[in-house]
Design a protein around this ligand. Structure first.
Ligand code: SAH
Ligand code: SF4
Ligand code: F3S
Length: 446
């Protein structure tokens, strides 16, 4: 009989990549992925970066409880960042008895063994101990897209921005050995990948502590810019992206590689968080309003057609009207092609959770609305600039909304919809951008 699984993934690209590993393991065990939660194995890969991410998981578990009533043999597993928090694990243990399997980001490599314990009849398996090694890189992978892939170049984060929980749930920063990364990309290219996205919480500090055969050694042997150069020299690979760049560590050498290597996509995600130097200090970000603006100007000068996107937090403790105006000022000056805006969410255990002067929800809402409106206006203006131009696009999918259309991604990460046959999926084609529709284009293949 057909054995099936379903995975719901919350959070960032790191989690998306982890889910591809979970799929890889399940496929090797003979399970088939289905698009419904009435599967034999249902996994939730969680995110905990903001409180609402956690709420969504609990809402989801409520639905799964009902599905399991009809299918008592089903296995429910929860993993990911939220499961690196002891309180959350305790809550699942006590209040969600129908959950069979819990493991965290540190021990995802144990997934095959832990699942086997459940399959062998153990009712509940909880394993969230911190055991850092490089076993996860050896797990089989089932990619969502055949033609593009994320590639972890480093794990964890040592920056401890005072609002952020990631360093607590993803552990200390460690980089993968460059040879292993390059080998992985060569294998991906052989299996049909034309675009890779190099993944890390702060790729610009790549190489500080390198992990080889499970052992971490200090001392930088290779910078991110050097790694990027090496990746570009892989034959058959067409495009390289990376995420995320911390402004404090972005080197001139990196700007030079972006400008000079045609395979590097012209998109930089450069989280601002706040435009106020005072708040940036309280956030432990290690740059100022002025140095950030200078950096953006330098990048735009070196790579004029680059798109710069960002993350901004509204309502960090102590944010005054003046601080918020600084954020608006940077938004106006940086001219982001797109920006993710977040309302500050208090994360227990982070220093900012205990900071005085938490901002009231009403004030946050009015600031947030103003910021969002401005961000969208600028993004729409920026989109207009390229109308009429010809660019290359990687065709990623059929268009969900327009029959006979395909969705492509430009080097600058913007999206274009073009008429075409689905046999073009995975191919890089030249397109003309005929019309701007807010944040995307309608175009044609030329
Ligand atoms: N490593 C990346 C960010 C990872 S988290 C970086 O440093 O840029 C993604 C985004 O979530 C962050 O950039 C930040 O804007 C947002 N974020 C993190 N913690 C948050 C919190 N407590 N409240 C609201 N937004 C938060
Ligand atoms: Fe969080 Fe800062 Fe690390 Fe990004 S760099 S993951 S925001 S602590
Ligand atoms: Fe969320 Fe974990 Fe990523 S907390 S943002 S899934 S690293």
């Amino acid at each position: 009989m057909l054995k099936t699984y379903h995975i719901t993934t919350f959070g960032c690209q790191m989690n998306a990549r982890d889910s591809e590993k979970l799929s890889g393991v399940l496929e090797e065990m003979g399970y088939e992925e289905i698009d419904s939660e009435s599967a034999d194995i249902v996994l939730i890969n969680t995110c905990t970066v903001r409180e609402n991410a956690n709420e969504r998981v609990y809402g989801h578990l409520g639905q799964l409880k009902n599905i399991k009533k009809k299918n008592p043999g089903m296995i429910i597993g929860i993993c990911g960042c939220m499961m690196q928090e002891l309180d959350e694990v305790e809550k699942i243990k006590k209040s969600y008895p129908f959950v069979n399997l819990v493991f965290g980001t540190h021990n995802i490599w144990k997934f095959p063994k832990l699942l086997q314990q459940v399959l062998n009849g153990q009712k509940r398996v909880f394993d969230t101990v911190e055991e850092i090694n490089d076993e996860a890189d050896k797990l089989p992978v089932k990619r969502v897209y055949q033609f593009k892939s994320g590639v972890n170049i480093m794990y964890g984060c040592d920056n401890f921005c005072t609002y952020c929980i990631v360093p607590y749930v993803r552990g200390r920063e460690r980089s993968r050995n460059p040879e292993e990364i390059l080998d992985e990309i060569r294998r991906l290219v052989k299996s049909g990948v034309v675009e890779v996205m190099l993944l890390g919480q702060n790729v610009n500090s790549y190489g500080k502590r390198v992990m080889k055969d499970g052992v971490i050694t200090d001392g930088s042997t290779i910078t991110f810019a050097q790694l990027l150069r090496e990746v570009c020299s892989i034959d058959g690979l067409e495009r390289v992206r990376f995420m995320t760049s911390h402004p404090k560590d972005l080197s001139d050498e990196l700007i030079d590689v972006i400008a000079s290597k045609p395979k590097v996509c012209h998109h930089l995600h450069l989280p601002l968080q706040s435009g106020s130097s005072k708040l940036l200090k309280k956030m432990n970000r290690h740059y100022t309003k002025e140095s950030y603006i200078e950096l953006v100007e330098k990048i735009r000068k070196a790579v004029p057609d680059i798109s710069i996107t960002t993350d901004i937090i509204v309502g960090f403790p102590g944010e005054t009207d003046e601080d918020f105006e600084d954020t608006m000022d940077v938004v106006n000056k940086a001219g982001y092609e797109s920006a993710f805006t977040f309302i500050y969410s208090k994360r227990t255990g982070t220093p900012a959770a205990d900071f005085p002067d938490q901002v009231s929800p009403e004030v946050i809402k009015s600031r947030f609305d103003r910021l969002l409106t401005r961000v969208q206006e600028i993004a729409a203006e920026k989109t207009l600039i390229h109308v009429g131009k010809e660019m290359s696009a990687l065709i990623e999918d059929t268009d969900d909304h327009l029959d006979g259309y395909l969705t492509g991604r430009l080097s600058n990460n913007m999206v274009v919809h073009v008429p075409g046959d689905k046999c073009l999926i995975g191919k890089i084609v030249n397109v003309r951008l005929n019309e701007a529709k807010g944040f995307y284009y309608l175009g044609e293949i030329i």
